[in-house]
Design a protein around this ligand. Structure first.
Ligand SMILES: [Zn+2]
Length: 392
């Protein structure tokens, strides 16, 4: 299965010039192909591909870009086209494909050939890109490097002018040691996750602090005038915080997802309501959504690389239903405890996690239609899972 790795690049000045040059020529080619397509009567992928050769005759500097990198722009154009007709099918209002302005083109791709990565076992290595050169690349720890055959490399320039290589490699399937354990995981507001074994993990303090900072920078941005210099500055600062948070988040989500995939054979998760995420203007909610979807994505791809099992379940009523007897115990968001007539008295998210596990393994509980409104027990029976700050 395919896995993508992201590595930071450290080009020298001449290489950076060539990277920017390539980016610009790709943009040029993309726009030219789009123009050609708009003028043609029939949509024909081979014809637009062939048009690249004509462009190369007319604009000689295109020959300074590796030919397959330019060809990839044809592929990109057609996959954008496909995406567009897909959204149309889904009933969304869409326009035509647009020409790409300077700031809107951030990546180019080497597919199958024109690149090589040397691996001397050190943290820094060289990425060879045809027509660009040997660029210094931070490849990091051994366990985080691609082990399979590298199929494709996408070069990306961030808004803060950093360069990255997204390396796609074909990873082999890994058989893990049997854990003989199953788990359900609840994603919560109070704790980042609560699981059916009663463990809960919080996102690290430094991450929560940066997320608070993000809100502040957003506010600063909204206070600047459109088109002003200050707005540009505020945008750049915001991008930097975004990048920083993203890295911290990646680190945390890697560790947490690794913990679950390593220690459990079967993982049950709630299905997230992602489609609404983009439209969500409430910042703190969207921060949380982004983080949760990263976590579930990481679990998904880690499970796919191994013989572990993963199931997504419908989250309806997982917090209201008693995981022991099936009664519905109504509670507001502020109620942190699940107290049931049957005697179960645990943290509400712990209860949800058990329900999520039960749904995942298809365990049915008796269905009570009874609605509890008042708590029936005191706090003496509280069973709270241990808190762990480190992953094992
Ligand atoms: Zn109960």
């Amino acid at each position: 299965m395919k896995t993508t790795f992201k590595f930071r690049l450290y080009p020298n000045r001449e290489q950076e010039r060539k990277l920017n040059f390539t980016l610009d020529k790709c943009r040029f080619t993309y726009n030219q192909l789009l123009d050609f397509l708009n003028k043609s009567k029939k949509i024909d992928k081979n014809k637009t591909q062939h048009h690249i050769l004509k462009l190369k005759e007319e604009y000689e500097d295109l020959n300074d870009v590796y030919s397959k990198v330019l060809q990839y722009e044809n592929y990109r154009l057609f996959s954008n086209l496909k995406g567009l007709s897909q959204s149309k099918k889904n009933g969304r209002k869409v326009g035509r494909l647009r020409f790409k302005g300077k700031g809107w083109f951030k990546t180019f791709t080497y597919n199958q050939s024109g690149f090589s990565i040397s691996d001397e076992g050190k943290r820094y290595t060289t990425l060879h890109l045809s027509k660009i050169g040997d660029i210094r690349m931070r490849i990091g720890k051994k366990q985080n490097r691609p082990k399979g055959e590298v199929k494709q490399i996408t070069i990306k320039r961030t808004r803060t002018n950093k360069w990255f290589a997204m390396v796609v490699s074909e990873e082999k399937f890994k058989r893990l040691k049997k854990a003989h354990r199953k788990v359900g995981i609840d994603l919560g507001l109070e704790h980042y996750v609560y699981d059916s074994d009663g463990n809960h993990f919080d996102s690290p303090k430094y991450l929560r602090e940066s997320e608070e900072r993000l809100k502040w920078y957003h506010k600063q941005l909204s206070r600047t005038k459109k088109g002003s210099k200050n707005r540009e500055k505020a945008k750049l600062r915001l991008s930097k915080v975004h990048e920083h948070i993203q890295n911290q988040r990646i680190d945390f989500c890697h560790k947490l997802s690794h913990y679950y995939v390593k220690n459990y054979d079967f993982i049950s998760l709630e299905k997230l309501q992602i489609p609404n995420m983009v439209q969500n203007h409430h910042l703190s909610k969207s921060i949380l959504d982004a983080s949760w979807s990263m976590f579930t994505n990481f679990i998904t791809y880690k499970v796919e690389r191994t013989d572990r099992k993963l199931k997504f379940v419908n989250p309806n009523y997982t917090s209201q239903m008693c995981s022991s007897c099936g009664r519905i115990v109504k509670k507001s968001l502020a109620t942190r405890k699940h107290k049931c007539k049957c005697g179960l008295n645990i943290h509400r998210d712990y209860n949800s996690a058990i329900n999520i596990l039960n749904r995942g393994i298809g365990k049915e509980l008796p269905k009570y239609m009874l609605v509890e409104t008042k708590p029936l027990f005191g706090d003496e029976q509280v069973m709270v899972g241990e808190t762990r700050s480190t992953f094992r």
